[in-house]
Design a protein around this ligand. Structure first.
Ligand code: NAD
Length: 317
C-alpha cells in the first residue's frame, strides 16, 4: 500500500488560520506583532526565502520589514543594525537570514540578537532553554516537524526516531524535541557506519542532510514514518530521468523548468513507508507557519502585560 502523504501545505494552512484569529485578538488589544528580516547581500535562494516569509507575515496581518544591508557589511556594522532593532519596541522578532557573507562572524551576529526577539531560537540562551526543556523560542524547522507529527497523529512516546543530519539548525534541535516527547533518538551524520542499517531501525526517520534523493527504500523499515526536510535543486537531466522514472508528471515539470526541487528522500520510498512528507509541500510550509507562530509568541511574551491590561479594561466595560 502506498504511503499516507503528510501534507505540510494543509497543516501549515491550519496553523495559519489559528494564528490569524490570535493576531486579530492581539490587534484589538493594541498589539500588532512585528518581524524584521535581515537579508545581507544577494544570495538568490535567501531572497526567495525572505520574500516568502514577508508575504506570509502580510497575509496574516503581522507587521514586517526587510533590511537589506550590502554584502560588503562588516561584523560590527551588522551588529549595530541588530542592536538598533533590539531597541525598537514595535519589533518583536528578528530574523537574520543565513548564510552570511564570509567576512562576517555569524556567531557574534547571532549572539547580538536579543534572546526575547530571537525568532529562530539560535541564541545560546534559547538553545540552553531547549536543552533544559524550558519554555522559549524554538528553531522553526524542528518545531514545524514536531507540529506536523503531532497534528498527523503519529505517536512519539517510546518510538525509535532516527535523524540523519546533526546541524545546529535542524538535526540537533529536532533530536532534543523528539527526546523531550519521549522518543528514543539516534542522530546520524556523515561519519555514521552502516547508515541504511541504522535508519532501518526507525519508526520515525527524518532526513535532514541536504543530499538529493539519498534516502532510498533500503533505508526504510516497511511502515515507518519518513520526514523529508531536505530541499535540493536538481539540474542534471540524466539524474532527473532516473529519479522520476516512475513519476512522469514530475519529469514533465523538470523538462519544462529545466530544474526541480527535490528532497533528501527518493520518491520510491513511498512504496515502503507507512507515512511520508512530500518535498516540496512537506516541512517547508511548516517552517514558515512556525516562524509566524514564534513572532506571535514573542509579541505575547514581550507585550503580554499590555494585552492583559487592555483585556481587563474591556471586561470592566
Ligand atoms: P547542513 O549542511 O548544515 O547539515 C547537513 C547534515 O547532514 C550534517 O550534519 C552532515 O553530517 C549530514 N550529512 C551530510 N551528508 C551526509 C551523508 N552522506 N550521510 C550522512 N549524513 C550526512 O544542512 P541543514 O542546514 O541542516 O539542512 C539540511 C537540509 O534541509 C538541506 O537540504 C536544507 O536545504 C534543508 N532545510 C530545509 C528547511 C525547510 O524549511 N524545509 C529548513 C532548513 C533546512
Amino acid at each position: 500500500m502506498p504511503a499516507r502523504i503528510l501534507s505540510g501545505t494543509e497543516i501549515g494552512q491550519q496553523i495559519q488560520a489559528e494564528l490569524r484569529q490570535e493576531i486579530e485578538t492581539l490587534k484589538q488589544a493594541g498589539v500588532t506583532p512585528g518581524l524584521a528580516a535581515v537579508l545581507v547581500g544577494d544570495n538568490p535562494a535567501s531572497h526567495i526565502y525572505v520574500r516568502n516569509k514577508i508575504r506570509a507575515c502580510e497575509a496574516l496581518g503581522l507587521y514586517s520589514e526587510r533590511l537589506t544591508p550590502p554584502a560588503s557589511i562588516t561584523t560590527g556594522e551588522l551588529i549595530a543594525e541588530i542592536e538598533a532593532l533590539n531597541r525598537r519596541p514595535e519589533i518583536d522578532a528578528i530574523l537574520v537570514q543565513l548564510p552570511l557573507p564570509k567576512q562576517v562572524d555569524a556567531q557574534r551576529v547571532l549572539l547580538a540578537v536579543d534572546p526575547a526577539k530571537d525568532v529562530d531560537g539560535f541564541h545560546p540562551i534559547n538553545v540552553g532553554a531547549l536543552v533544559a526543556n524550558r519554555p522559549a523560542l524554538r528553531p522553526c524547522t524542528p518545531a514545524g516537524v514536531m507540529e506536523l507529527l503531532r497534528r498527523s497523529g503519529i505517536p512519539l512516546e517510546g518510538q525509535r526516531a532516527v535523524i540523519i543530519g546533526r546541524s545546529d539548525i535542524v538535526g540537533k534541535p529536532l533530536a532534543l524535541l523528539l527526546m523531550h516527547a519521549h522518543a528514543t533518538v539516534t542522530v546520524c551524520h556523515s561519519r555514521t557506519r552502516d547508515l541504511p542499517g541504522v535508519a532501518r531501525t526507525a519508526d520515525i526517520l527524518v532526513a535532514a542532510m541536504g543530499r538529493a534523493a539519498f534516502v532510498t527504500p533500503e533505508f526504510v523499515r516497511p511502515g515507518a514514518t519518513v520526514i523529508d526536510v531536505g530541499i535540493n535543486r536538481l539540474e542534471d537531466p540524466a539524474a532527473a530521468e532516473r529519479l522520476f522514472a516512475r513519476h512522469p508528471e514530475r519529469l514533465e515539470e523538470f523538462r519544462r523548468k529545466g530544474s526541480a526541487l527535490v528532497g533528501d528522500v527518493h520518491p520510491d520510498v513511498a512504496d515502503v513507508a507507512g507515512a511520508l512528507t512530500p518535498a516540496p509541500g512537506g516541512v517547508g510550509p511548516l517552517t514558515i507557519a512556525m516562524l509566524m507562530a514564534n513572532t506571535v509568541q514573542a509579541a505575547r511574551a514581550r507585550r503580554g502585560q499590555a494585552v492583559a491590561a487592555r483585556a481587563r479594561v474591556e471586561a470592566v466595560r
